[in-house]
Design a protein. Structure first.
Length: 255
């Protein structure tokens, strides 16, 4: 099972929508068994998968309370470990909570899932450190807007610290330009140029443009590929997912 943390220290970059759609495409189109972990007290990924009428039966709090995880089935290939606001208390817990998510995921049968996608909150508290400690690699969504590079710098420093402190080898699978608005083409193009110049091949070729339908679809518990199948936004996400798989394969993780 390859564990991916979707992370950026800066908020408002579309991490949850990206994680939600990526998980659906990997499961539906590429026939992978995908586990999604909501490690954010806001629980937006959880509400993207479950309507108000569907109770959450698998909570990431169990991992921090050192209880076994029993992922909730969304469909035959998609499973969820959700969250709620109570997760916030973990930030005030003892230091060893940063290891508990990793330990809990390791106890799952490795052949049960092909990929684990964790949605992270935009901070560097214990919860976010736990996400990195449980990851093999990090996927970084970036909104091409002012101060985007500052969030990236902080995240790369966080990954370096995690590798050093936990004796890990967390890799960055790539930086994806997300929520590209298009109404400020000069500014966005300049930011993209700076990103590609500084980070080179780490920046995905695929880009995700900001669309109303993409923002609407999670509230209906539907990925864009189902909500607007065959549309340009769906095609963008499918191209991104394919490039994601190619990049993960190139990193040569042991399953």
């Amino acid at each position: 099972m390859i564990k991916v943390a979707v992370a950026n220290q800066k908020g408002g970059v579309g991490k949850t929508t990206l994680a939600f759609n990526l998980a659906h495409i990997l499961a539906a189109k590429h026939r992978l068994r995908v586990l999604c972990v909501d490690n954010d007290p806001q629980a937006n990924l959880t509400s993207s998968f479950l309507s108000d009428k569907v109770p959450l039966t698998a909570n990431v709090l169990d991992a921090y309370d050192e209880k076994p995880l029993a992922p909730q089935r969304i469909n035959d290939r998609l499973f969820l470990i959700g969250a709620d606001i109570r997760l916030a208390r973990i930030s005030e817990g003892p230091f060893d909570v940063i290891y508990r998510l990793s330990h809990a995921l390791e106890k799952l049968h490795k052949e049960q899932f092909d990929s684990c996608i964790t949605d992270c909150l935009p901070s560097f508290d214990y919860i976010n450190i736990a996400s990195l400690n449980a990851a093999d690699c990090v996927l970084v969504p970036v909104k091409p807007a002012p101060y985007a590079l500052y969030g990236l710098k902080d995240l790369f420093e966080s990954v370096e610290r995690a590798n050093r402190n936990f004796r890990k080898n967390i890799k960055v699978v790539g930086i994806v330009l997300n929520m590209v608005d298009g109404r400020k083409p000069v500014m966005e193009r300049e930011i993209e140029e700076v990103l590609r110049e500084k980070y080179g091949k780490l920046v995905f070729t695929a880009k995700i443009r900001r669309r109303v339908k993409v923002e609407e679809s999670p509230s209906l518990q539907l990925p864009i590929t189902e909500y607007k199948a065959g549309s340009d936004p769906a095609a963008e996400f499918e191209a991104f997912a394919l490039e994601f798989l190619e990049r993960v394969k190139a990193l040569k993780f042991k399953r």
